[in-house]
Design a protein around this ligand. Structure first.
Ligand code: NAD
Ligand code: IPM
Ligand code: MN
Length: 352
């Protein structure tokens, strides 16, 4: 049997509820498809920070670098400032492993009602491809003169040709396997200095990939088009911040953030790629056993596909769809009545 080593970081809040659920779903397909999973579970989290002063050990990134994949829940907990939890765990993993392609599919699944009146599964099926290591999330800048009347903060957006080109290429290649259309999220009306450069690189990428249709919209009207014309989109490429915003808006029109999956890919496979739901640790519902586990399961399906286990991934997707078809096996965020356990049991029952 094939055996995969998955570095597993449940993290905080509902991360610790949905990741075990995702593991159960993977276990349910593994044996049927001739592979086994060794889960190396790490307690890296805000709880660990409270005990040790670190979200993860100093050599944390190197410990997971060689895994077959990383499966992460979410980080962030009341009492620990978000910048501590994020710069202490999530961001170093994305950057130091060079997980530059953040791939976030948005698909309205049969049986789920979109909040957009009259829209069905044929209207909402696109992928947000988000640049994941630079842009607005740069490390250049900070706070000066704290506590005085001269207090100020700044952060410099950084767009390099290398990183911009490679995320564009990723988006175009992805589009070739789909409907052959790429939308660029921009803000190039001369106010934001970085975006005319983004547009130049988008045009250069379009020239490298003839046959793929392209269009670009300013981010402000683009958010409106997501709501009014979701059927216009196939692959949407955006900077770190724009992609972040679009990848919460997308799931909202497809039913709930509670089902949204994501992959943080190192496409060259020079290091482990990381798979995490789009959602966060949801402190408002953590500990109640009601979190929707489907984002974590769909994320696991993306992980299995990355590992080459396409049949197992497809079976998991089928089981997700079956579980979402009935209100009694859907969680509250989708208008259902199930809790986390009921939802995941429905997935597992639908397998095979
Ligand atoms: P969030 O995604 O945690 O929650 C937003 C809203 O969506 C909440 O009302 C929550 O209850 C709901 N929600 C999210 N996931 C759900 C699920 N699976 N089932 C049902 N409802 C769900 O975002 P936030 O409130 O902006 O952030 C909370 C914390 O999570 C912060 O500390 C933030 O920094 C962190 N965060 C971490 C990650 C990550 O680690 N990848 C991502 C986003 C936010
Ligand atoms: C996400 C999250 C993170 C991001 C935060 C928690 C830093 O919102 O994964 O979408 O902005 O990348
Ligand atoms: Mn986000």
């Amino acid at each position: 049997t094939r055996r995969y080593r998955i570095a597993t970081i449940p993290g905080d809040g509902i991360g610790t509820e949905v990741i075990p659920a995702g593991q159960r779903a993977v276990e349910a397909v593994a044996a049927r498809h001739g592979f086994a999973v060794a889960w190396d579970v790490y307690d890296w989290s805000c709880a660990r920070y409270a005990e040790t002063g670190r979200m993860m050990p100093e050599d944390g990134v190197d410990r997971v670098r060689g895994a077959d994949a990383i499966y992460l829940g979410a980080v962030g907990a009341p009492g620990v400032p978000d910048h501590v939890s994020l710069w202490g765990l999530l961001i170093p993993l994305r950057r130091e492993l060079d997980l530059y392609a953040n791939v976030r599919p948005v698909k309205l699944i049969e049986g789920i009602t979109s909040p957009l009146a009259g829209r069905g599964p044929e209207d909402i099926d696109f992928v947000v491809v988000r640049e994941n290591v630079e842009g607005e999330y740069s490390e250049i800048g900070g706070r000066l003169h704290g506590g005085t009347e001269h207090e100020m903060v700044s952060q410099m957006s950084v767009f390099t040709r290398r990183c911009t080109d490679r995320i564009m290429d990723y988006a175009f290649e992805l589009a070739k396997g789909r409907r052959g259309h790429v939308t660029s999220a921009t803000k190039s009306n001369g106010i934001v200095h970085t975006m005319p450069f983004w547009d130049e690189r988008f045009a250069a990428a379009a020239a490298r990939h003839p046959g793929v249709e392209t269009v670009q919209y300013h981010i402000d009207i683009l958010t409106a088009y997501f709501v009014r014309n979701p059927d216009w989109f196939d692959v949407v490429v955006g900077s770190n911040l724009f992609g972040d915003i679009l990848s919460d808006l997308g799931p909202a029109i497809a039913g709930s953030i509670g089902i949204a999956p994501s992959a943080n890919l190192n496409p060259e496979r020079a290091a482990a790629s990381m798979f995490e739901p789009v959602h966060g640790s949801a402190p408002d519902i953590a500990g109640q056993g009601v979190a929707n586990p489907i984002a974590a399961v769909w994320t696991a399906a993306m992980m299995l596909e990355h590992l080459g286990e396409d049949e197992a991934a497809a079976e998991l997707m089928g089981a997700i769809e079956a579980s979402l078809a009935r209100p009694e096996t859907r969680t509250r965020d989708l208008g259902g009545t199930a809790d986390t356990d009921g939802s995941i049991r429905a997935v597992i029952e639908a397998i095979g």
